[in-house]
Design a protein around this ligand. Structure first.
Ligand SMILES: *[C@@H]1O[C@H](CO)[C@@H](O)[C@H](O)[C@H]1NC(C)=O
Ligand SMILES: *[C@@H]1O[C@H](CO)[C@@H](O)[C@H](O)[C@H]1NC(C)=O
Ligand SMILES: *[C@@H]1O[C@H](CO)[C@@H](O)[C@H](O)[C@H]1NC(C)=O
Ligand SMILES: [Cu+2]
Length: 387
């Protein structure tokens, strides 16, 4: 190692080209280190609490371990992918009166997200709802499709320069498939992103159907949607997005939106003093790490309502959930049960603040929860840790 460094150093002297990292890279490396230090504080808190807290059913032997995609073994990646395919082939529980297009257990998640979107985004239910939603998906993969691991997360800070370099999207059998086929000459897609704001999403590097990996058109079909954006695929959307509309999974990775997934963008969120500030930074409609995670993948991920149609949704939301858990873990007693926000998106129209008793409806996925029951990763129905 040392020898290589010296060699590179003398080479750059000779050629006059500096091999030193740019100041921006140094900042990002420092931010990554800071995130991993806060991550260790969070993990230590979880392990300590599950060992010593007799009030919770979550014990060390029950903790489900959620790993970053790139640090999973190949056989774990394959078993996760197979479980997702299995869920997409298991019959739906949603009634056809509710969603004529629902065909599978995977679709049950899309229908629920679609129906609840206005009540669980940009408001006080956002974080809790998505924590429960990802957990119920993980539970279905484990209980109905033989998966034994935890829901993987996609740490997009590792690939902010170009999401196509993330191993989770390398297009191999050990990925969630890769980019869509490049479609030239596309116009921006306008979408309503809340608070009276429209976003013109710039075309990225793909645009068509994914070309390789487990979720190509021959193996995986999107049945529902689109709904929440100017339909790029088929202007006549059946049944308000709940009708049967079988088609391929499209992606359109964007190196513009991925620039908002830098480590410094995460430290900015993690440094929030309270949940109001945390939400404001994480869920900023244009620059927030929530939206830009969706925007950089593109395709159906850009459709707020139908976005869980892309299996990448759950890996992105696990990463957001992880960041919330790390934030909570810095001062668990003060932060775990902290709430912020009202019942309506962007508080329009103005509504009451959420409380621990606010219902969170989960349709066919689960009996309703109270918001206060689902705020912890190691209490109530939850028992998992981010590694
Ligand atoms: C579609 O785009 C236009 C502007 O080009 C916008 O006014 C309209 O609200 C958009 N519709 C949706 C559903 O986003
Ligand atoms: C987040 O990312 C964007 C794009 O790289 C950058 O302009 C912005 O300053 C970042 N914010 C923080 C707090 O790092
Ligand atoms: C945790 O939060 C409480 C309440 O805000 C505060 O008094 C305490 O100092 C905090 N503890 C740490 C370690 O930051
Ligand atoms: Cu959502």
């Amino acid at each position: 190692m040392k020898f290589t460094t010296i060699l590179v150093g003398s080479l750059s002297l000779a050629t006059g080209i500096s091999a030193a990292p740019s100041p921006a890279d140094v900042d990002q490396a420092k931010a990554s280190k800071y995130i991993s230090e806060l991550g260790k504080v969070y993990q230590a808190n979880v392990l300590q609490t599950v060992k010593s807290n007799p009030k919770t059913k979550c014990t060390p032997d029950k903790l489900i371990r959620r790993k970053e995609w790139g640090s999973m073994a190949k056989k774990e990646q394959l078993s996760y992918v197979n479980a997702v395919i299995c869920l997409s082939k298991t019959p739906a529980r949603t009634s056809l009166d509710v969603a004529p297009g629902a065909r599978s257990r995977y679709d049950d998640f899309i229908v629920l997200h679609h129906l609840k979107t206005p009540f669980v985004h940009g408001n006080g239910r956002f974080l809790g709802f998505h924590r429960a939603f990802v957990h119920l998906y993980e539970t279905a993969l484990r209980e109905e499709c033989g998966y034994t691991g935890g829901q993987p997360y996609w740490d997009w800070t590792k690939s902010y320069k170009d999401p196509r370099t993330a191993s989770i999207f390398d297009g191999s059998p050990y990925s969630l498939s890769g980019n869509g086929k490049y479609v030239p000459n596309r116009a921006p897609i306008t979408s309503y992103i809340g608070k009276g704001l429209f976003l013109d999403r710039l075309p990225g590097t793909g645009g068509g159907c994914v070309e390789s990996g487990p979720f190509t058109a021959d193996k995986f079909t999107i049945n529902l949607g689109p709904f929440g954006y100017n339909a790029t695929e088929d202007p006549s959307v059946p049944g308000d997005g709940l009708g049967y509309n079988p088609r391929c999974l499209k992606r359109d990775f964007s190196t513009y939106y991925s620039q908002f997934s830098r480590p410094t963008n995460v430290t900015h969120v993690l440094d929030a003093a309270d949940l109001e500030e945390f939400n404001a930074n994480m869920d900023h409609p244009v620059r927030g790490i929530h939206g830009t995670g969706h925007f950089q993948v593109g395709g159906i991920m850009y459709d707020t309502f139908a976005s869980p149609s892309d299996p990448a949704f759950f890996a992105h939301h696990a990463q957001l959930d992880r960041i919330w858990a790390i934030w909570q873990g810095q001062n668990a007693s003060a932060r775990t049960n902290q709430l912020w926000g009202t019942l309506t998106a962007g508080n329009e129209p103005p509504s009451a603040d959420v409380t621990a008793d606010t219902p969170v409806e989960l349709g066919v996925l689960h009996a309703d929860y109270k918001l206060g029951e689902i705020l912890s990763t190691i209490d109530g129905p939850h028992c998992y840790i981010y590694e």
